[in-house]
Design a protein around this ligand. Sequence first.
Ligand SMILES: [Zn+2]
Length: 210
Amino acid sequence: MTRAAVCVAANRARYWSGAGARPDDRENAVKTADFKFCPRCRAPLVEAERGGRVRLVCADEGCGFVHWNNPVPVVAAIVERDGRVILVRNRGYPPTWYVLVAGFLEPNETPEHAVLREVEEELGLPGEIVAPVGAYPFERLNQIIFAYHVRLAPGEIRLCDAELVDYKAVPPENLRPWPQGTGPALRDWLAARGLYPPIVELGAEVPKTD
Ligand SMILES: [Zn+2]
């Protein structure tokens, strides 16, 4: 694929891995309240108990559609090179928000494949998985995040400019995990290396890095 085509694909898989409100959350997380009509028969959806919880179900009993609201899987990468972690800033983010490379899975894709695809799409270089970090529910966006430690290949980083505007390479001791989303994965990765930094809101002042 050409680089442009890769970037279009990455743009489709935009994922927000931070904290707080964001205007286009609705692109990323479809809330239960957003559903008004049955996608199968177009009857209204109504609340009813199914499987031990109140869910939205089709008002037409003959249809039987249930909106189960299962979480959406997401992959995130703690991208390491030369002992530093690559954080990226998405287009439209506040200037202080640097986050992990992350994205959605394509159909029939494993998380391992998806995370390496996202790294290559977003940074323009291949990576290899060092180890899984863990699985992290992100309740607010109804996602389950599969996080991996990924080592980036040598070479010049070329950001997918449809999606990203900047990156920085941060020494682990200067990283400050954020409380939600992919932040806990970064926290655990640092803890496994004997680092227990304070948890701070995304974009808070952090030690100066180049
Ligand atoms: Zn229906």
